[in-house]
Ligand binder design. Structure first.
Ligand code: FAD
Ligand code: NAI
Length: 471
């Protein structure tokens, strides 16, 4: 790129938020450049997040199922062996295929891809230290910050990505550890616990709160999920805080404190995964050069149209407010370009689904029972177990429940919570219903194909105002 040439839009960060905004801007006819330092597009999600974790989850599930759940199905296999390096290769292939795909979409939509690290010189100028050496300068009428997030470190336990790992190291272990201790029973902790437990590690999850899955998961669903995961061999220590760690010995030692009057204890692991949350990433971005502040949690402060206090500089994705989820980042990437082009855009923050890709999956949208109780909103609940769903039973994969929450008076849908097979796909229906302001009766009166897992959602919706048929 010519130094000093002015773009309509310069985007810093080629993760989900940034690359989607870039493609959309290209489609809208903007002259747009996207700066990414990683050497490949797609950010955390495609490179070290959503995609590689789902590859490992899918293939470790297949392995585990072949080992433990095939004989009764009439499938007899001989010697089943794990080839971890091939499992990792399959993961890398899915990542590369998708990241290259975005490069192709950049070309197709006229997006200039600048490989390097961007930092603000002034309010319209971004200097880029190029990955291949040297630097260039981009000027933008508009600029979008989409620099994402990074793992929150645990004080006193330095991450070497070998023995003490963040999710990034946990996605690339060279052998199955005998024992793995996971600090943090949130989504990353539970997904990675599932992968390595299925491959043979003894896994213990230490969680500070009284429930797994983070505070956003409905408590009843969380308890059900925990029981199922426990049966699969994962150990849980809830209401327990890791206070310190010692990496000097053969095994890593963690001192933990039970929050509710229990005794302090020492846990040992060959590998420790730190999964206590993520924090916004703005290092080296030069925000100080343009007088932009971050809040107490490191988030770039914006208004409802994604504007920082310099209105032509906007910000989307993990680096600002809201849930740190790829689909939220993606929709903000679209909305921010709509604001630039048309002056209006839209993301419904009350209607963002969340999915935990364990087996069975956990998925939800809208409000939990604990949310509604704390706001004194009167609600009714309809539940339906997968053990009464014909398809789930036929598949011999029938653990879990669907729970529909509706307003006590109006029957308007308030939340859908699922733990069960296919929950992550099924939540799309609940999300659409919530987005369109459906009642639970609207869902129940919609014909659902038989035999499908989605009938469990229909019957749970029926159960909010009447009775389910099959339970
Ligand atoms: P990022 O994806 O972090 O992208 C930001 C990009 O900006 C990075 O590539 C970074 O290199 C680049 N960058 C930063 N600073 C600069 C700079 N100064 N110059 C140039 N480039 C810069 N979410 C889901 O919805 N579903 C999932 O299944 C899921 N699984 C996950 C699994 C794991 C293990 C992890 C860690 C996260 C997962 N997430 C998942 C969360 C998801 O990855 C994030 O919400 C999403 O990537 C956020 O997108 P983003 O564009 O805001 O940030
Ligand atoms: P998280 O915030 O979801 O969970 C962290 C957990 O660690 C919390 O339950 C917290 O109580 C616990 N914790 C904190 N300090 C602790 C301590 N000292 N000892 C014990 N427990 C402690 O964060 P996580 O799992 O690291 O994920 C980060 C982000 O990535 C999340 O925002 C998540 O949404 C996103 N993500 C999404 C996925 C998906 O959508 N499937 C998959 C993986 C990540």
């Amino acid at each position: 790129s010519e130094a000093g040439e002015e773009k309509d839009l310069v985007i810093i960060g080629g993760g989900v938020a940034g690359y989607v905004a870039a493609i959309k801007a290209g489609q809208e006819g903007f002259k747009v450049a996207c700066i990414e330092k990683r050497g490949s597009l797609g950010g955390t999600c495609l490179n070290v997040g959503c995609i590689p974790s789902k590859s490992l989850l899918n293939n470790s599930h297949l392995y585990h199922q072949i080992l433990h759940d095939s004989k009764s199905r009439g499938i007899e296999v001989g010697d089943v062996k794990l080839n971890l390096s091939q499992l990792m290769k399959a993961k890398e292939q899915s990542v590369t295929g998708l990241t290259k795909g975005i490069e192709f979409l950049f070309k197709k939509n006229g997006v200039e891809y600048v490989k390097g690290t961007g930092s603000f010189v002034d309010e319209h100028t971004v200097k880029v230290d190029l990955n291949e050496g040297g630097e260039t300068t981009l000027k933008g009428k508009n600029i979008i910050i989409a620099t994402g997030s990074e793992a929150t470190p645990f004080p006193g336990l330095e991450i070497d990505e070998k023995r003490v790992v963040s999710s990034t190291g946990a996605l690339s272990l060279e052998k199955v550890p005998e024992s793995l201790v996971v600090i943090g029973g949130g989504i990353i902790g539970l997904e990675m616990a599932s992968v390595w437990s299925r491959l043979g590690a003894k896994v213990t999850v230490v969680e500070f709160l009284g429930q797994i899955g983070g505070p956003g998961m409905d408590t009843e669903i969380s308890k059900t999920a925990q029981k199922i995961l426990k049966k699969q061999g994962i150990d849980f220590k809830l209401n327990t805080k890791v206070v310190s760690g010692d990496t000097t010995g053969d095994k890593i030692k963690l001192e933990v404190d039970a929050a509710k009057g229990g005794k302090p204890e020492t846990l040992e692991g060959d590998v420790v995964l730190v999964a206590i949350g993520r924090r916004p990433y703005t290092e080296g971005l030069g925000l100080e050069n343009i007088g932009l502040d971050v809040d107490e949690r490191g988030r770039v402060v914006i208004d409802s149209e994604y504007r920082t206090k310099h209105p032509h500089i906007r910000c989307v994705g993990d680096v600002t407010f809201g849930p740190m989820l790829a689909h939220k980042a993606e929709d903000e990437g679209l909305a921010v370009v709509e604001y630039l082009k048309k002056g209006y855009g839209h993301v419904n923050y009350g209607c963002i689904p969340a999915v935990m890709y364990t087996h069975p999956e956990v998925a939800w949208v809208g409000q939990t029972e604990q949310d509604l109780k704390s706001q004194n909103i009167a609600y009714k609940v309809g539940s339906f177990p997968f053990s009464a769903n014909s398809r789930a039973k036929t598949n011999a994969d029938a653990e879990g429940i669907v729970k529909v929450i509706a307003d006590a008076e109006t029957d308007r849908l308030l939340g859908v919570h699922i733990v069960g097979p296919g929950a992550g796909e099924m939540i799309a229906e609940g999300t659409l219903a919530l987005e369109y302001g459906a009642s639970s009766e609207d869902i129940a009166r919609t014909t659902h194909a038989h035999p499908t897992l989605s009938e469990a959602l229909k019957e749970a919706a029926m159960a909010t105002y009447n009775r389910a048929i099959h339970f």
